[in-house]
Structure formats: C-alpha cells, structure tokens
Design a binder for this molecule. Structure first.
Ligand code: ADP
Length: 558
C-alpha cells in the first residue's frame, strides 16, 4: 500500500477519482430530481387549469339547465310565444358576464330570438351546426366546437353550449334548443387565474384540436387548427402527460403538460419555454457545479501535495542511499588501510626480530666470553641489555600475533567447555602457584575462530590471575547465558579491580595501568580481546570496582 501510494496515478485514483465519481453521480441525481420537479410543476398547472375550466363550464352548464327547464319559459315556447320566452332570459348576458350571446332556436334549426339582439341573427339557420344536431339527436346538453360567428357587422370566435328544451307534457319531446354562446376571450381569461410562471401560459383546445385560447394569438376572428401539434394529438387520444417537445408553430422547444377535460372533450395544455422551465434547476446546478469544482480543486491540490511529498521522500531516500554508498566506500577504504597497517605491523615486527636476535646473540657472547674482563658495572649493563632485549622480543612477538589475528578466516564449531579446560591446562603452573580456583559453568558450543577464542579465554584468565589481590586466593568464575539471540559470557575475578575512569581505555593497545615492576605485561592483551570480539561481531566491556574484583563481559552472536 505504502509503495502504491508513491505512484502518482494511484494517488490520483485514490484521492481525486472518488471525488469526481461522487460529484458526477450527485450532479446527475440532483439534475434528475430537479428536472422531475419542473415536470411535476407543469403537470400541476395543466391539472389546475383543466379543473378550473371544467368548473367554469359546469357553471355555464348549470345555468343553461336551469334556464331550459323553467316552467313558464317552456310553456311560452310551446305556445309559440318566442318573444315572451325571450323576455324571461333577456337579462342573462347582463347578469352572467361569461355568456356573450344567447339564442332560442326552433326544432327546425332557425334562430327565433336572441339576447342581446344582433342584427341579422333572427332567422339564421343553425341546423347544420354540431351543437344543434347533437342536442336534438341525443336530447342532452352539448358544448360545441369552436367556430367563428359570422354576423354582418361582427366576427368573433365562440363556443356554443346547447341545451334541449323539453315539452312539459311530453318530457321526451324537444320543442326548442337554447344556445348559450361564450366568447373565446372569456374562456382565455379563465386561464389567467392560474400562476403559470415566467413565459409560461395555458391554452385550451376543442375536441377537433382547434385553439380556444392562447395569449399570443388573437383568437377573435379566426380559428387556428392545432391538431398537428404533438401534444394536441396526445390529448385528443385521451392521454395525460408532460414532456419536452418542439412546437412547430412557435418553432421552439417547450416543456409541455397536457390534460384532457374529459367531460367536454376539450383539452388543456400548459407550457413554458424550456430555458425558463428549467431556470431554477439550472441555477441550483450551477451552484452545485461550483461546489464540486471547489471539492475537485481541493482533491487535486491534496493529490499534488501527496505526489510532491512522495517525490521529496524519494529524493531523501536517494540522498540517504548515496550517503550509505559513500560510507560503504569509506569503510572499504578504512578496511584497506587497516589491512595495510596490519601488514606494516607484521612486516616491521617480523623484520625487527632479526637485528634483535643478533643483539641477543652478541649480548650472550659478551657475557659468556668476556664476563671476567668486565667490571661489575659492565656486567650489570650486559644484564640490562639482555633483559631489555627479552622484553622487546616479547613485545614484538605480541605485536606479530596481534597483526596476524583473524587472518585465518576459518570458522568452526567450538565447544567452549573444552576450550576452557585446555586454557586451564596451559595455565596450570600459574594456577597451582597461586592456589587459584577456576570455576566454569556449563558453556555453549558456538561457531567461531578457534585460535582467537582460545587466546581470548587465555588473556582473560591470565589477567584475572595476574591482577589478584595480595593475600587473597584468586577465584575466577566463567559463565555464559543466552540473551537476545546472543551468547553473553562473563569472566569474574576477586582481584584488584579497575577504577571506573580506566574501564574503557584498557582495551586500547599498549594501555597499561601499572608499571612493569608492579605487574609484568605488554599492554596488548585486552587489545587482542577487543579485536577478537570485533572479529566475531560482538561487544566487550568490563564492570569493576577497585579492590572488589572485575567482571569482563563479552557477547558473541549465536
Ligand atoms: P597487560 O596485562 O599486559 O598489562 P592488558 O591489555 O591485558 O595488558 O591489560 C591492560 C590493563 O588492564 C592491565 O595493565 C591492568 O591494569 C588492567 N587489567 C586487565 N585485566 C585486569 C583484571 N582482571 N583485574 C584488574 N585489572 C586488569
């Protein structure tokens, strides 16, 4: 995962893509809902308008029925007193403003009387008209289709609501027809009671698909056929619905809801320009787009920050790697130098032995051949030279060994119990003289350089014997235990101890805390030990108190 996060593409997919996907999905969902809202709003307007139209037509219907069933009105008509009948209804257009004109028509289709009187109306034959035919044939009220009323002095678009006037004595027989004419402008005004929104409007169509009212057109003296308009086609098929349609007459896309007025066969269409119908939705969507834009911007910035941080980390890692390489090179150089130094120490100590041997031979010759020729001072001097030569030989020998340490890289399995026994045996003379005791616990078997480890054990035990306290029998305890995947050894003695400030430096080469007179030695033993432990990849240190013994600890990896 951590590795994957370093890939800019993965970062982009994890940080930016979810934001984009959620954004697109939410946008799509909100857009669908808001679109649905606009559709529902338009449907509600169409429904409300159709209810309103129906309710208004119902009022005309109720008025017509109440007039056509009036007793005196019917009696007067039956008696042929058309004028008397007219008197009864003469105030109707005045009282009911939605009635524009009223005709009383005989059963043979001739207008007998009209209110208000229009020139040339009386005597007009209306027997061809749909409403007259329907009313007389079906003997029930009927709302006509739209037509232009042609009169010598006026033209206007009207719809006629026809009502049968029945004979009181013979209720099955129609004796006349009452025609209530409504001007289309009046009907159009009804639609104004509904709030249709900006650029929205409602229009009505009759059962043939002819326009009844439309605010954009004067429908006062000509009829417009809307039957080719798709929504009109749908209404005429009895459907209700809402959709976005191209209006071939207005030549633009509109959100259109349509609703039939079932009872009268007419229809209502509520429409609005698409851009206005969805203006609210588009405003909301713009805000949402803006918010999503900000979210995406934040995601992209976050992704870029992560990618940048990764790059920075990668640069740092590269830098570290470079540094590591440099350290490795330095280490190799150092190792090389160490080897050279060891080589030098080896060569020097080896070559020094030769003149030393000559010196020692000649000193011996001097003391054996010329001893009697030398006075006491001369003989003392020869003794000093001889002792110094021996010390020097020992020192050179030790140096030689030190430089040779670890040269044989052979690693074997060593039984430390056996090793300690052998070392004890080698040191038995010293041990016996001092009456010392070496107590070794059970020690492990481990892999290492045998010669070197023997030298290590030997140095530690011989130091413990050497630095014993006067009048105290030396006691040396050797133990080992497992700790954190290492063998931890301890060599404890009850000797003179080491002051705390010396406990580190004693591991340096030629570091001694005593004069040769006090304790014999070269100061190279613990340096040997340090080198051997380094060779095995472990650590060596001492814990001690002056006059209270010392414990040398070292670790060796298992
Ligand atoms: P050397 O024994 O030849 O003097 P080492 O390197 O073995 O050299 O030891 C360095 C010094 O550390 C010794 O001179 C001695 O002062 C101190 N030392 C080492 N081992 C012990 C010990 N077991 N007890 C007290 N002092 C010790």
């Amino acid at each position: 995962m951590k590795q994957a996060l370093k890939n800019p593409v993965v970062v982009f997919i994890l940080v930016v893509l979810p934001g984009i996907l959620i954004g697109v999905f939410s946008y799509w969902k909100i857009r669908t809902n808001l679109t649905q809202d606009a559709f529902s709003r338009r449907s509600a307007i169409a429904y409300l308008s159709s209810t309103l139209l129906e309710e208004r037509l119902e009022r005309v219907h109720d008025l017509g029925i109440s007039l056509a069933t009036r007793v005196t009105f019917r009696d007067l008509i039956k008696q042929g007193d058309w004028h008397g009948a007219r008197d009864i209804v003469r105030d109707i257009p005045q009282h009911f403003s939605f009635i524009d004109h009223l005709n009383i028509v005989s059963v043979d289709g001739l207008i007998k009387e009209d209110v208000p009187t229009m020139q040339g109306a009386i005597g007009t034959d209306v027997s061809d008209e749909d409403w007259f035919q329907k009313v007389t044939r079906e003997k029930s009220s009927y709302l006509s289709n739209v037509k232009t009323r042609e009169l010598p002095d006026s033209r206007s678009n009207i719809a006629t609501f026809g009502f049968p006037i029945f004979d009181r004595d013979n209720p099955d027989s129609v004796i006349a027809v009452l025609g209530l004419e409504i001007r289309l402008n009046t009907i159009f005004k009804w639609s104004e009671y509904v709030d249709v929104g900006n650029t929205g409007f409602v229009y009505f169509i009759d059962r043939r698909g002819v326009l009844i009212a439309n605010k954009d057109y004067s429908v006062d003296n000509e009829t417009i056929d809307y039957s080719s308009v798709p929504t009109v086609e749908r209404i005429l098929a009895g459907n209700t619905g809402v959709e976005i349609l191209y209006n071939p007459i207005e030549k633009e896309e509109r959100l259109v809801a349509y609703q039939p007025v079932q009872k009268y066969g007419w229809g209502v269409i509520a429409q609005q320009k698409v851009e206005d119908a969805f203006a609210e939705r588009d405003r909301t969507l713009h805000i949402i787009l803006l918010v999503f834009g900000v979210v995406i911007l934040i995601s992209v910035t976050t992704a870029l920050l992560i990618i940048n941080a990764n790059k920075h980390l990668a640069d740092q890692a590269n830098e570290l790697q470079k540094k590591g390489k440099q350290i490795q090179i330095k280490n190799e150089e150092l190792e090389h130098k160490n080897k050279e130094l060891e080589q030098f120490a080896y060569v020097t100590s080896h070559d020094l032995q030769e003149p030393l041997r000559s010196l020692s031979n000649y000193t011996e010759l001097l003391s054996s051949e010329y001893a009697d020729k030398l006075d006491e001072t001369g003989q003392k001097s020869i003794r000093f030279i001889s002792e110094a030569t021996t010390r020097m030989r020992n020192l050179i020998q030790a140096l030689l060994e030190y430089s040779r340490l670890g040269h044989k890289k052979e690693i074997t399995t060593i039984d430390c119990n056996k090793l300690i026994e052998e070392v004890q045996f080698d040191l038995s003379q010293k041990i016996n003289i001092l009456n010392a005791r070496v107590i070794a616990d059970k020690l492990p078997k481990l892999n290492g350089h045998e010669t070197e480890l023997r030298l290590l054990f030997q140095n530690l035990i011989s130091n413990a014997l050497k630095f014993h306290r006067v009048d105290v029998i030396p006691q040396i305890k050797v133990a080992a235990k497992e700790e954190n995947g290492l063998w931890k050894f301890s060599f404890s003695d009850n000797g003179i101890g080491i002051a705390e400030n010396h406990q580190k430096k004693i591991f340096n080469i030629f570091q001694r805390l005593h004069t040769r007179k006090e304790y014999e030695g070269t100061g190279i033993g613990l340096a040997h030990c340090q080198k051997i432990i380094d060779l095995h990849g472990g650590k060596i240190w001492v814990e001690s108190q002056v006059n209270n013994g010392s414990t040398f600890h070292f670790t060796i990896p298992k």
